[in-house]
Design a protein around this ligand. Structure first.
Ligand code: PAF
Length: 283
């Protein structure tokens, strides 16, 4: 695997590729990322990963400074998984000037759930992803980019961005990878203490119970009470939930009318100690 640090080097290394398959990451890789890289190998003629901790998607009080930076270990894993090219720019390469032009997602999708609790988050994500897409795909008739299902809203926002800007990029979403107890794999799991790690599975269990209760409810009108009970149960275990909710898979709006036959997803975000975890479950 070749590692490059500038957009010029990246473009030179990709010059022979007609369909790059791209996995953007912020590093501190876990098997969920590696599975995306494995999938990517079958989808393009060159597999590219990026590692860049994107300041634009962190609020000032969030964990930008402490976000784990583990470049060498990440590069070893990517290489072992068969990645061809790693793009690991520094901040000056990605943002040589303050990034004043930004991609602002549709508020109907970008300002709810994660966007509500992390204002500006999806503007930061879309802006860096658009810039990474320009770096990897510019001038190509086709490409493919892979994102994890755990960040459910993120993959929807990016899919909508790609469609609205008519980018010739196929977006592929990889299944959430879970630890043996069911905890969704996330770079932020490394913040958890041993006791918190044992408790952390309660979030995916809460989403499972929420989806079962919602599947038994006939009408969407019953959901607010079911969601409130799910949040209270998690709070009683010491969590601070931001949301536990059932939404339509297509646009993350609250379902209406009869629930039977609707494609739904249970989404949750909650803090355990200092760590904010998110998860989702389609049903
Ligand atoms: O999911 C992530 O790791 C980040 O949000 C992404 C897509 C790499 C953009 O910084």
């Amino acid at each position: 695997m070749k590692t490059v640090h500038t957009i010029a080097e990246l473009r030179a290394a990709l010059s022979a590729s007609q369909r790059p398959a791209f996995v953007p990451t912020m590093g501190n890789l876990h098997p969920g990322h590696i599975e995306l890289v494995r999938q990517a190998r079958n989808l393009g003629d060159m597999t590219v990963a990026s590692i860049f901790v994107n300041r634009l998607q962190f609020a000032p009080h969030e964990d930008f400074d402490s976000y784990p930076r583990t470049l060498q270990a990440d590069a070893d894993q990517l290489s072992a998984a068969g990645c061809d090219l790693l793009f690991a720019p520094n901040e000056r390469e990605m943002y040589p000037q303050p990034q004043t032009f930004k991609i602002q997602p549709d508020p109907a999708l970008g300002d709810i759930l994660e966007g509500h609790f992390r204002p500006g988050f999806f503007t930061g994500v879309c802006t860096v992803v658009m810039k990474l897409f320009q770096a990897v795909f510019a001038g190509r008739a086709q490409g493919v980019a892979l994102f994890g299902m755990k960040d459910y809203q993120q993959q929807l926002v990016i899919g909508r961005m790609v469609r609205q800007f008519a980018l010739p990029i196929e977006i592929v979403t990889g299944k959430t990878q879970r630890a043996a107890d069911g905890l969704a794999l996330s770079s932020r799991n490394s913040y958890l203490s041993e006791a918190e790690r044992r408790e952390a599975v309660a979030l995916s269990q809460a989403l499972h119970s929420l989806s079962l209760a919602a599947a038994q409810a006939a009408q969407a009108g019953a959901l607010p009470e079911i969601e409130a009970r799910a949040q209270q149960a998690l709070a009683a275990r010491g969590w601070r939930p931001d949301y536990l909710t059932v939404r339509r898979r297509s646009d993350l709006l609250a379902p209406e009318g009869a629930l039977h036959g609707q494609a739904l997803v249970a989404l949750g975000a909650a803090r355990l100690g200092k760590t904010r975890l998110i998860d989702s479950l389609e049903f």
